[in-house]
Design a protein around this ligand. Sequence first.
Ligand SMILES: C[S@@+](CC[C@H](N)C(=O)[O-])C[C@H]1O[C@@H](n2cnc3c(N)ncnc32)[C@H](O)[C@@H]1O
Ligand SMILES: [Zn+2]
Length: 268
Amino acid sequence: MNILKCPVCGQELYNENKTWRCANKHSYDIAKEGYVNLLSAHKKGDVIGDNKEMALSRKDFLNKGYYRSLANTVTECLDKYSDDGENVLDICCGEGYYTAFAAERLNRSFYGFDLSKNMVRLAAKRKINAEFFVANIASIPVKDSSVKAAFHLFAPFHASEFRRVIADDGVIITAIPGKEHLLGMKEILYDEPYLNDEKEPLADGLKPIERIRVKEEISLYCREDINALFKMTPYYYHTPTDGMNRLSECEKLDTTIDFVLIVYRRQT
Ligand SMILES: C[S@@+](CC[C@H](N)C(=O)[O-])C[C@H]1O[C@@H](n2cnc3c(N)ncnc32)[C@H](O)[C@@H]1O
Ligand SMILES: [Zn+2]
């Protein structure tokens, strides 16, 4: 079953000759990389979301496997809460690392979307068994109750849209940083590093049914990877210069990674 709906009129979209169309003749071209831009309000060529450099840096870092344990646990969760052939949605998929990891291991119909065309283009270039589209989380162009399991990692949370797109017995899996996430990096950046508060997002209409901690020690052995990780964090935007300088001099970084995966079931 195709889950996409027209962002203008809400009618089902169907794929015809490299174009997605609805019954009301709205049409959306499939880009050469294979994704479709369903952000109707924006003109072609607009740059929205992360730029190309950020997208590539994130892709290179994740492809090296530093967060593999998280990808593995997300995949195990999807396996537990959905069955073969069912629809799975990666909400704010970025450049598709986690979508690809799961799609290579599970027999599901995978869909991923993100606001950033640069990110979605990289995801589509992975040539995996998944459909990718550009869309805004505030108005996901996906039919009501059409998704058995969705996952959502490190991106804005939108409980009402999550609740709308997941099936009655469906789940959404999200991740928050655990107490000690990147503590090793923070000890270099700050004189008094604090622990994360593990604050869970407000999720009206969604009931947490499982929490899984994913925690391990990782080592980064080059400046390029340390810098890529730093750029992926909020600390990149508000660290005093002396802390940044200390980090930029590091040839090696040992740090804890610590995540809490939360599985929410849709409340009827
Ligand atoms: C930190 S990245 C995480 C990407 C991916 N989930 C991952 O973990 O690799 C956050 C992503 O959210 C996307 N994003 C931010 N605001 C968005 C919105 N309103 N709608 C859709 N995507 C959005 C960004 O473009 C970016 O790719
Ligand atoms: Zn339409």
